[in-house]
Design a protein around this ligand. Structure first.
Ligand SMILES: [Cu+2]
Length: 327
């Protein structure tokens, strides 16, 4: 039975992040190989033509402090996504955001799910019913910084009966679609009050993975520039999704993109429980652009198993990798 404390908004901690938008190149297949499929030879084999795999990108890079000199490492499997921003319900989040890009574009950070004021919305648009103007954090120009303050209140967290943590997107929202396609997107995870470790991760799972299914469009629609990626990697170049036998693993699965981005992530080897009670048993999710789904897996089948989008064209174009359950 829920206690009254389940619904309180008692003050938590303030979690600070130092994040810069930076110009970079992103390699969607650092190995240069298709590591999963080869039609007539053992893997690996060359990425099939016409797939180029290195393109200019803009990414959210996390630093250790306000000097923005020491980048923080992030899990290999997180790929092109920005850092994981965490909160427990009741916490505040302060993001010190700087636009360190040099090509002249303004960017922002717009969070889904969290509570914010207009100035902290990080989105550039105008009101139609009144003369509402964009907030002061709506666009952060090249060379400038803005401190966003967001809060994780009860409406940001898992609802009654949901799994103990919940995923949300954040992304740049100046020219939203092109900003996101550049690579300015990342995850927020909010954990139920009383269920978080000091780092914000949930106490009742052993491991969380975040995977985003998104066809980056790098050559104005030309097939050779459609990167059918999971976390910005194609053809098995997303590595490091490794759990240990017996672990309780939580998968936060995200969609993004366009009308082509109808994805059906599928796990081989194990089923998952999807959503809140009565959770559905499945091994395929249904993702639309900007979808955010949490699924729990008991990792008890040792092996390396395929994890891919089940849309035929998408898996043929590279939206495939593996995850592993080690002894
Ligand atoms: Cu797909």
């Amino acid at each position: 039975m829920a206690s009254s404390s389940d619904y309180s908004d008692s003050a938590g901690v303030t979690r600070e992040y130092y994040i810069a938008a930076e110009d970079t190149n992103w390699d969607f297949a650092p190995s240069g190989q298709n590591l999963v499929h080869c039609m007539d030879q053992p893997a690996p084999c060359a990425i099939p033509k016409p797939y180029n795999h290195v393109f200019p990108a803009v990414r959210y890079i996390e630093y250790t402090d306000g000097s923005f000199t020491k980048p923080k490492s992030q899990p290999q499997w997180l790929g092109i996504l920005g850092p994981i921003i965490r909160a427990e319900v009741g916490d505040s989040i302060k993001v010190h955001f700087c636009n360190h890009t040099t090509l002249g574009s303004a960017y922002s950070m717009h969070p889904h799910g969290l509570r914010y004021t207009k100035d902290n919305e990080g989105a550039l648009y105008y009101g139609v019913n009144s003369s509402t103007s964009p907030g002061s954090g709506a666009e952060v120009h090249s060379g400038q910084c803005f401190d966003y303050t967001w809060s994780a209140d009860q409406t940001s967290g898992p609802s009654k009966g949901d799994p103990s943590s919940k995923v949300w997107w954040y992304h740049s929202h100046v020219e939203s679609s092109s900003d996101i396609n550049s690579g300015l997107l990342g995850p927020i995870i909010v954990t139920r009050q009383g269920m978080a470790n000091p780092d914000g991760s949930p106490k009742d799972v052993d491991r969380e993975f975040i995977t985003a299914f998104f066809i980056f469009n790098k050559l104005s629609g030309d097939e050779a520039g459609l990167m059918h990626s999971i976390n910005g990697y194609i053809f098995g170049n997303l590595k490091g999704l490794i759990a240990k036998n017996g672990e309780q693993v939580r998968w936060h699965v995200l969609g993004m993109g366009n009308e082509n981005d109808l994805h059906t992530p599928h796990w081989h080897g194990k089923t998952v429980l999807i959503g809140s009670p009565p959770a559905q048993r499945g091994d395929v999710l249904e993702l639309l652009p900007a979808s955010m789904i949490t699924a729990d897996m008991k990792a008890d089948n040792i092996g390396e198993w395929q994890y891919h989008c089940h849309v035929a064209d998408h898996m043929d174009a590279g939206m495939v990798t593996t995850y592993q359950i080690s002894p």
